[in-house]
Ligand binder design. Structure first.
Ligand SMILES: [Zn+2]
Length: 351
């Protein structure tokens, strides 16, 4: 074997081992593990950047789990996610996201941030020329325009917050509807709100109460005979509410934990498809009224949908469901109220 040949073989071996080292290095290096929220990071995980519009440092949540403040980057396995941004004391925003491996990586989403307290909200709708009406006004055939806005409040937790909202509206000449649960029906607050010209009604939870009493486990247990009992119960409740607090024209269905567990709302089980006059009222807040408006809700403390861009458009008339409890930034001057454990959950629209 000549010297040249030995040199060539040595060179080849050197090149081969270099290539091998490089290959091993690359294989070990990629894919690179990245810290992940759920420790579910896989080679398939998709990078995601989450930010909030105009303002940073807003608490972010993925599927109800806190992940830090905006802006931030994360990696998630493919799947469906509910991403929310929630400034304390203000109504948050939500984005439903489907991450797929075939979609381009490096996804970036920007969530809007509501910085309106309730006074600001009223100023904004006034500036845009909206004319709030009560739920009963719709059923009394008030003329509708694109600027009509049904303004409804479900008083789930605090009568004191409801009164503050009503006072702010009254100062601007705005009338709306307040639905009280039996647990929030404070006679003095109801009288004060009525005296300002607002509508008052019952926020009924008849199925939820029955489900607790009878330990109902599934929707199948809500038989026709159970429904009949529920209807009779609600009729009595409405009569009793009228007797205690004065005449009412409409009622609205409350979304309790039991309704979520059963997958059936109070409205679906009791009043849907029924004649409201059989119950002594002219309409239900989830009745036909909702067919005629663009529906906006702060249920669970999150706007769905985020209303402000739509208010600037001509997509009216609108129907706003606003819960006083989600506007804490507007009430810093009154004592915080106890919030029941059943609250702060994102209640689906009970329809
Ligand atoms: Zn409610």
């Amino acid at each position: 074997m000549g010297r040249q040949k030995i040199k060539k073989i040595t060179l080849c071996l050197l090149l081969f081992s270099l290539t091998l080292t490089l290959t091993v290095f690359l294989v070990l290096r990629y894919p690179q593990p990245v810290a992940n929220l759920n420790n579910q990071d896989t080679a398939q995980s998709i990078p995601l950047q989450i930010d909030t519009d105009q303002i940073h440092g807003i608490p972010l949540y993925i599927d109800h789990k806190y992940i830090g403040k905006s802006p931030l980057s994360t990696k998630l396995p493919p799947g469906k996610y509910r991403i929310t941004a929630k400034p304390a004391g203000y109504v948050g925003s939500v984005r439903y996201l489907t991450l797929k491996p075939e979609d381009p990586a490096d996804q970036k989403i920007i969530l809007p941030v509501d910085q309106h307290n309730y006074q600001d909200f009223l100023d904004e709708i006034t500036r845009l020329g909206y004319q709030p009406v009560r739920v009963m006004d719709y059923y009394d055939h008030v003329p509708l325009t694109k600027k009509t806005m049904v303004l409804r409040h479900d008083v789930d937790v605090s009568a004191a917050y409801a009164l503050k909202l009503a006072e702010m509206e009254h100062a601007k000449g705005i009338k709306s509807t307040f639905y009280f649960r039996w647990s929030t029906a404070d006679p003095q607050v109801i009288k004060a709100i009525r005296d300002m010209g607002d509508e008052v009604g019952l926020h009924y939870e008849t199925l939820a109460t029955y489900a607790l009493e009878h330990n109902l486990q599934s929707a199948q247990e809500i038989t026709p005979s159970v429904k009949e009992q529920l209807r009779e119960r609600l009729k009595s409740e409405i009569a009793e509410f009228k007797q205690k607090f004065g005449d009412i024209s409409t009622v609205s269905s409350h979304g309790a934990d039991e309704n979520i567990r059963l997958g059936v709302s109070n409205y679906q089980a009791i009043m849907k498809g029924q004649d409201p006059s059989d119950f002594g009222v002219i309409g239900e807040a989830y009745g036909e009224v909702t067919d005629h408006f663009t529906y906006m809700s702060d249920s669970g403390g999150f706007w769905e949908p985020f209303p402000y861009p739509q208010l600037e458009s001509d997509r009216g008339p609108f129907y706003f469901l606003i819960h006083p409890i989600h506007w804490a930034s507007s009430f810093h001057f009154i004592h915080p109220v106890h919030v029941s454990s059943s609250f702060n959950k994102n209640l689906p629209l009970p329809r």
